[in-house]
Structure formats: C-alpha cells, structure tokens
Design a protein around this ligand. Structure first.
Ligand code: SAM
Length: 268
C-alpha cells in the first residue's frame, strides 16, 4: 500500500553545500535501486534490529521507518509482527520494495522526510543505516528531527543508527570500494568528503553486463553523536540510551568502525 505523504520533492537548490553544486540529492536513483539489494544484502544480523525494538516496544507495536528503501530492514520487522510503515522519497526504491512485498505487509508513503506529516504518531520512529544523515545541510537535519518528533507517540521511542565519521572527517579515508553484483558485473563506490560542511558525496559507477557504464551520486551530511543530541534537544527529544550496535554493545567512542545506535524519548 502506498500513499503520497507530501508533494514536495527534496530540495537541493537552496541548500547545496559549497563545492557540490545544485544537481545532487540525498535520494537514491533508479540505477542505485537496481543494485541496492546486492550491494547491501539483507543479512541475518538485521534481525537484531527487531530484537532490539522488542526491548522498547510490545510485539505488534507500530514502527515508522524513515528512508525505508527496498525494505531491507522493514520486511524482517513486518515478519516479526510489527505494524510497519515506511517513508521514502525515491519511487524506484519503493518499486523494489513493492516487488518484494506483494502482500503489502509494509505500508509505504512516498514523500520527503523533512516535510513529512502523516497526521499520526508511532510507537517507534526508526532511522536505521544513516538515514538521519540524508540531508544536504543542517537546516534540513533540524527539519528532519522535527518530523521525527512529530511522529513519535508521547510514550514512544526514536531509534537511530549513524556511522562514526571520525576517519572521514580528518580525511584519513577517501574510500574506493568495489562491490560485486552476482554474475553481472560490479559497482565501484567512491567517497569524497567536504569537512567544512560535513558533506559526504558517494559516487557509484555501475559496470553491468550488456549495459553502458552508469553513475549515480548521493550526498549526505554526517553527524557526530553529540550533534545528534543537540538535534534531539531542538526537537524536544531526550537521549535515553546509546550503544555501539544493535546488540547493545557499550558505546565508548574508541572504535571508529562502530555504528552508533541511539534511543530518544519525547520530552513532555
Ligand atoms: C542508506 S538508504 C537506507 C535504506 C533502508 N533504510 C535500509 O537500511 O536499507 C537511505 C534511503 O533514504 C532515502 N532518502 C534520502 N533522502 C530522503 C528524504 N529526504 N526523504 C525520504 N527518503 C529519503 C533514499 O532514497 C534511500 O532509499
């Protein structure tokens, strides 16, 4: 089931960071949608997210996943019995999700997170896999956090997962990675960073059999954990827990490869 949550596409013209131009977007293109599930497969440890959510919410609770993509996270949550809704700005990503979900177990909403207003709240608002970084600039991130707060039930929880930007920020890592795409070729992903604006540009070049090379670019603005707390405070959300992974590994800030899983609750 899909509806259109907002008519407003993600804006880039007003907020494009210096040096990146106005043509970039946080949204995933048709080309990225085609290879996304092969580059980022659904792994068994995604089930950890469901187990983690059950420490916060009852079975069957309502979950709103931001930037739901192809349903890599949402479909296992629906299989666990959560009532799952997903917001996504890329029709191509939603089309992939629909192919994988003929029964419509995930209710999808086509729209821009920063302007989202579904007119209801959820027990859990979930932003996995760096979705809070899907913004070009800090004003979009603030709008996004307000949207998160608007959709969280008074006794509900906000759960976010963000990467540690330390090595990228000091430009120790300008990465190039090659992802094989089963028997069809490869995707070469290169990452560049503008530390002053905390923007990261990810360029993917698709080299697939029978097709001319295609490239797709997305941009994001990375977040430090302390910034997440500030954004939360601006939207009246209070940090209640922080871990270095879905299995509640202690977050000590010492390992740059750790993901940061944060839990917030609305302030009354
Ligand atoms: C890193 S992917 C994560 C997808 C999914 N949550 C997962 O873990 O596989 C980020 C997704 O957010 C979507 N996105 C980016 N900017 C958005 C926006 N402003 N509003 C809604 N979705 C957005 C992208 O199109 C992409 O599908």
């Amino acid at each position: 089931m899909t509806d259109t949550a907002t008519e407003t596409p993600p804006t880039t013209e007003d907020t494009a960071p210096t040096g990146f131009g106005a043509a970039l977007s946080t949204a995933y293109s048709e080309a990225l949608a085609e290879v996304y599930d092969e580059v980022y497969p659904a792994t068994p440890d995604l089930d950890d997210i469901g187990a983690f959510l059950l420490t916060l919410a009852r079975p069957g609770a309502s979950v709103l996943e931001l930037g739901v993509g192809t349903g890599r996270v949402a479909l296992p949550l629906a299989a666990r019995g959560f009532e799952v809704h997903g917001v996504e700005t890329s029709p191509a990503m939603l089309a992939r999700l629909a192919e994988k979900d003929p029964e419509g177990r995930v209710t999808t909403h086509l729209g821009d997170l920063t302007a989202l207003d579904l007119g209801r709240t959820f027990d859990v608002v979930l932003a996995p896999f760096n979705v809070l970084c899907c913004a070009m600039a800090v004003d979009e991130q603030i709008a996004l956090m307000h949207a998160v707060a608007r959709h969280t039930a008074p006794e509900g929880h906000v759960v976010t997962e963000t990467f540690d930007p330390s090595d990228y920020h000091v430009q120790k890592r300008n990465e190039v990675a090659t992802h094989p795409v089963a028997d069809r070729g490869a995707v070469i992903e290169s990452i560049g960073v503008l530390p002053a604006s905390q923007n990261m540009m990810v360029q993917s070049t698709l080299l697939l059999d029978g097709a001319a090379p295609r490239s797709a670019t997305t941009v994001l603005r990375y977040l430090w954990p302390s910034e997440l707390d500030l954004l939360g405070g601006i939207a009246r959300l209070e940090l209640t827990a922080r871990y270095a992974g879905w299995r509640e590994q202690p977050f000590d800030g010492g390992d740059s490869r750790k993901m940061c899983v944060s839990v917030f609750r609305p302030l009354t």
